[in-house]
Design a binder for this molecule. Structure first.
Ligand code: ADP
Ligand code: MG
Length: 316
């Protein structure tokens, strides 16, 4: 059973008509009744030693620890933004080997504190355990979203343009550098990977456009776009020549930069679809929603179908 099959199994199994539950499993956050104008939204995500980070990377350990804390909060903020919500409160669960140094924990909490200030979110609880092997951290984030603005994955419409709010592929390059023993915490690619700073100005976008669907990029641009397509029963064409990709990455990676941008993952940018032309700073139009269920890559007028959607998957 792979990750998606498990989620499908759970989606079929949970009660669809729970009181106060607007959206259960299947989107970036769960959505609950809250008050007259707002829904309460909740999401959880973890970072696991060995899977998401390694203490053996060659950058200073204090930088690794700080970024684990910061990133654990940031990746949850990303899911709240993907629903067009505002993050408010969070809980942190950690588990560490018995001999894990206390000052390491403090450095991780420095990162958490700094993310909490940056995003103006409050720590309200959590849990601490020990285990025999690895460090992991799990954050649960609560936010609110205006009922008129909430964005789901399942509402993309044929003809919608596909937008992204920043560069793709940098984080994947950062991971590669770390795994190749780079020791520069200051390198911009390493920074994109270790310290993602999700940001989207929805109010500016809503002023000029109707938005139909959204998701954040955690598994990879095509893999995450594909969640929108599957849930909306649509297809898409992706304009390769318009993908926002760092110039230096294009040079280093020659042709491979396309793979990093399309399938890299952990970009923590927001994909959204809208029938309107949007001309705003740092918002890029990179595709269009189609009525058939296929995905095409378009470049120089040539179309190529994507048959196998690569992306990160836990369990295979
Ligand atoms: P994201 O990448 O946005 O965090 P995921 O792909 O991890 O979303 O999860 C998709 C949906 O499946 C979410 O609604 C999430 O809450 C749910 N989900 C994932 N794993 C589990 C699990 N083990 N038990 C229950 N729900 C899960
Ligand atoms: Mg998400």
């Amino acid at each position: 059973m792979n990750e998606f099959q498990l989620i499908k199994y759970l989606t079929d199994w949970v009660n669809k008509n729970q009181e106060g539950v607007i959206k259960s499993i299947g989107d970036d956050t769960a959505v609950l009744e809250y008050n007259k104008n707002n829904f309460l939204i909740i999401t959880t995500d973890s970072l696991i030693e060995g899977t998401h980070f390694k203490f053996s990377w060659k950058i200073p350990i204090k930088n690794i620890l700080y970024s684990i804390g910061f990133k654990a909060v940031a990746i949850n903020i990303s899911d709240i933004y993907a629903m067009a919500g505002s993050p408010k409160y969070f809980l942190v669960s950690i588990s560490a080997p018995k001999n894990f140094p206390v000052n390491y924990l403090k450095m991780i909490y420095n990162g958490i504190k700094s993310a909490s200030k940056y995003y103006n979110v409050e720590l309200i609880g959590g849990n601490t355990t020990s285990n025999s092997k690895i460090f992991f951290i799990d954050v649960t984030m609560l936010g609110i979203v205006n009922k008129n603005n909430v964005l789901y994955r399942n509402n993309a419409r044929t003809g919608d343009f596909i937008y992204i709010n920043g560069e793709l592929g940098n984080s994947r390059m950062g991971l590669e550098l770390l795994n190749r023993n780079s020791n520069s915490f200051k390198n911009k690619f390493v920074k994109s990977f270790l310290l993602p700073h999700p940001f989207i100005n929805w109010s500016e976008i809503f002023k000029i456009a109707k938005v139909n669907s959204a998701i954040d990029v955690s598994d990879g641009f095509v893999a995450d776009l594909n969640h929108i397509l599957n849930d909306s029963l649509k297809g898409a064409e992706i304009y390769l020549d318009y993908l926002p990709v760092d110039n230096e990455l294009k040079k280093i990676k020659n042709k491979k930069w396309q793979d990093f941008a399309l399938y890299g993952g952990e970009d923590y940018k927001i994909i959204f679809t809208s029938p309107d032309e949007i001309k705003l700073n740092n918002i890029y139009k990179i595709g269009k929603i189609l009525n058939n269920r296929k995905i095409y890559l378009v470049s120089d007028g040539e179309k190529k179908e994507v048959k196998n959607v690569k992306g990160y998957m836990h369990f295979r």
